[in-house]
Write a protein of this length. Structure first.
Ligand SMILES: Cc1cc2nc3c(=O)[nH]c(=O)nc-3n(C[C@H](O)[C@H](O)[C@H](O)COP(=O)(O)OP(=O)(O)OC[C@H]3O[C@@H](n4cnc5c(N)ncnc54)[C@H](O)[C@@H]3O)c2cc1C
Lengths: 412, 264
């Protein structure tokens, strides 16, 4: 069994606690033993590795930051290291865990009623139940505040109408956390699989995140009980709070993906011989590429570690997370491409993990706030001027139910 | 059953190894360390039997401070306590001195079984378990591929895989020392909850005096074997590339095997 030796050029391991290192090593071993042997096949067949879900539950990878319900209550750095290692395996698998933990368990735990928590947290923690998070719609991606899905009061219940697109785990989910407009702003709802009027179907033709299921959700006069609302939600900001949790983990995930493509390229370069029996690693151009990757990865690791320490001290701002997500997914994307170059023709086949990471990272570049939107979030933090919307040309701007910016930029 | 498991922390064999400046060991500074592979199987076997019989596992390790990582890992997967022989006097010893120290630590408690790996990935002496058994005066079995504790916990049926693929099954009186081979079971992962719980478990660090040992009898001072040097083998120069298509190459190979190597 090949064991990933890690990429730690700046000796950052020494800055981790024993517990953080142990968490990282456990997930690292799990990924080497259980994920890597099957993941290329999952990617080829476009299937979510559901066989790993019970074991991930047993390892407490779902909801690891929660400390009730017998969950471990990990700190920010340990949680980040889990995401790093999972994404070293596959961005799709990391997406599964991000959605389950940050986008489903977190809102139910933070904004749910006692009954909702008791019903769902234990099952989601063990993996017995799978969740999904429905925010994006066909016409509203970067600007979720424009959503059309509407929940109308009807007696003591609600009636949902609308549709959601690009929903990770949509068809697999036993429970969906759905964001909808109501007469008083955006609220979150817990919608169970099998509710009449609630349908889901998979989106096909994806060339990225193929080991993850992406779906559309439809709500047609879908009647849900009054207690399906997440009582602690008061607006779009609650959805953005969930995204902040997930994006924080994605910043770490980017480093994981980059570590994998870098490690693959380094190993390959030392073994591949071209011209006069010399390994390609002896060429200056190759060394410069490896040096670039190693340096960027080290910077990304430092960024993550500081984000984690800020999170654990309660000082993490939403634009810090934007900086981490934006930079680290960019570095993962660059590393995947450079690694692809170094592998030559072998870089385009799935005998090596590189092309899969390269394709996957395109999704991650776009979801959870695109690279550019995160630039705008940082820009707003720096200048105080939100730049998400071009100047409005209509004389009569549409009435907003949410404060601007409706983009993913609102403070969470 | 109360089970002692001895684990050793060794360099990750995937890492790039460099010989230390004095030429007698490896440069440890930037080496990643892991639990010796065979020992992870010994630990799992111990946990399995402790669970099946309602007992507990205590892990023992001799080595410098860094070994704490390995012990924490063992506690995270379910060991109840750890004993760390970290006193400088214990360090740098051969199998004889290491076995003597571990046996003295194990003897302080009542165990039904001691499990070790059959050899370590770094030194490969494969002797520590037998030496522990010698000091305790217990039977021992090396290269164990199967353990079945029998009713009453007085005996165990132990399977060994012999060279030719033949299995030898023996019945061993307990307490005994069993030296476990990799592959005997599927070592479990530490759950994150287990990791959080490990922090609260005890790691004791007895000194030689507390084990009733003279410091001169353990570690480097108590060793009878001294490593003079370690080195990477010279990369060979005898390789020959046979040119031509398969047919020509095979013909040339057969001729060389007959005439030069004289093995055909
Ligand atoms: C594989 C996958 C899984 C997903 N899973 C989920 C999920 O589980 N739940 C969920 O709710 N959503 C999910 N999404 C949706 C994802 O969050 C959206 O794709 C994302 O928010 C971007 O929206 P969009 O695709 O509509 O792009 P658009 O918003 O149309 O953006 C297109 C381009 O325009 C740029 N742009 C947009 N607005 C501005 C602006 N103001 N200034 C400058 N540039 C701008 C963007 O940066 C981007 O480059 C997923 C997406 C993918 C690909």
């Amino acid at each position: 069994m090949s064991r990933f030796p890690g990429v730690d050029l700046l000796e950052l391991d020494a800055l981790l606690t024993d517990e953080e290192r142990l968490v990282r090593d456990t997930v690292r071993t799990f990924v080497d033993d259980k994920v890597k042997p099957i993941i290329e096949e999952c990617h080829r067949e476009a299937r979510t590795p559901l066989e790993l879900v019970p074991e991930m539950g047993a390892l407490n990878l779902f909801g690891a930051s929660i400390s009730e319900y017998g969950l471990p209550g990990l700190g920010g750095v340990a949680y980040g290291l889990i995401m790093q290692e999972l994404e070293r395996g596959d961005s799709g698998l990391r997406s599964f865990v991000s959605v389950q933990s940050s986008l489903v368990m977190y809102p139910i735990y933070a904004f749910g009623s006692q009954a909702q928590k008791d019903r769902w947290i234990p099952k989601l923690a063990s993996g017995e139940a799978i969740g999904c998070f429905g925010l994006t719609e066909p016409d509203f991606g970067s600007n979720p505040g424009g959503m059309r899905t509407f929940a109308k009061r009807d007696g003591d219940g609600w009636v949902l109408n609308g549709s959601k697109q690009w929903i990770t785990n949509g068809t697999l989910a036993d429970v969906a956390v759905v964001w909808a407009k109501t007469d008083d702003g955006v609220r979150g709802f817990v919608v169970e699989k099998g509710t009449p009027g609630f349908t889901s179907s998979d989106q096909h033709g994806k060339f990225s995140l193929r080991a993850s299921t992406t779906s559309e959700l439809g709500f047609q006069d879908c009647r849900i009980p009054g207690d399906a609302i997440l009582p602690g939600t008061t607006g779009l900001k609650n959805a953005l709070m969930c995204l902040n949790q997930a994006r924080y983990g994605i910043a770490w995930g980017g480093v994981g993906s980059a570590m994998e493509t870098f490690h693959t390229a380094l190993t390959y370069a030392k073994e591949r011989v071209q011209f006069h029996g010399q390994p390609i690693a002896s060429h200056q151009l190759i060394q410069e590429k490896l040096a670039w990757m190693a340096t960027e990865i080290s910077k990304g690791q430092l960024l993550c570690l500081q984000l984690g320490r800020l999170k654990d001290n309660g000082r993490l701002k939403h634009w810090h997370i934007s900086m981490g997500k934006r930079n680290n997914i960019w570095l993962a994307r660059e590393c995947a491409r450079i690694a692809r170059e170094i592998l030559g023709a072998n870089g385009i086949v799935d005998d090596y993990p590189v092309i899969r990471h390269m394709l996957n990272i395109e999704s991650v570049f776009t979801y959870e706030g695109t690279h550019d939107i995160h630039g705008l979030i940082i820009g707003e933090a720096l200048t105080g001027i939100p730049a998400y919307n071009p100047p409005i040309r209509d004389e009569k701007p549409a009435r907003r139910t949410e404060p601007a910016p409706a983009a993913a930029g609102a403070r969470g | 059953m109360r089970i002692a498991v001895c684990i050793k922390q060794v360099p990750n064999t995937e890492a790039r190894l460099r010989v230390s400046r004095d030429g007698t060991w490896l440069e440890e500074d930037d080496l990643p360390f892991v639990i010796n592979e065979n020992d992870t199987f010994a630990l799992e076997e111990g946990l399995k039997w402790a669970e099946a019989t309602g007992g507990e596992v205590v892990v023992f390790s001799l080595g410098p401070d860094r070994v704490k990582d390995a012990l924490l890992k063992a506690l995270a997967v379910g060991a109840a306590r750890a004993v760390h022989l970290a006193d400088p006097a214990f360090l740098g010893g051969d199998a004889l001195a290491t076995g003597r120290a571990l046996a003295a630590a194990i003897r302080r408690e009542a165990f039904d079984l001691v499990l070790t790996g059959s050899q370590s990935d770094d030194l490969r002496f494969g002797g520590t378990g037998s030496i522990i058994a010698g000091h305790l005066g217990w039977p021992h079995v090396w290269l164990v591929m199967g353990v079945e504790v029998e009713a009453g916990h007085r005996t165990a049926k132990v399977t060994r895989e012999m060279e030719s693929g033949v299995n030898e099954i023996s019945r061993v009186a307990l307490p005994a020392v069993l030296e476990i081979q990799a592959g005997i079971n599927h070592p479990r992962y530490a759950s994150l909850k287990g990791i959080m719980a490990a922090k609260k478990k005890e790691i004791s660090r007895p000194t030689p005096a507390e084990l009733g040992l003279d410091a001169a009898a353990v570690g480097a001072a108590g060793s009878r074997l001294e490593v003079v040097s370690v080195a990477f083998p010279e990369s060979g120069s005898g390789a020959q590339m046979l040119e031509g298509d398969v047919k020509t190459a095979v013909a040339a190979l057969v001729e060389k095997l007959q005439k030069e190597a004289r093995v055909l």
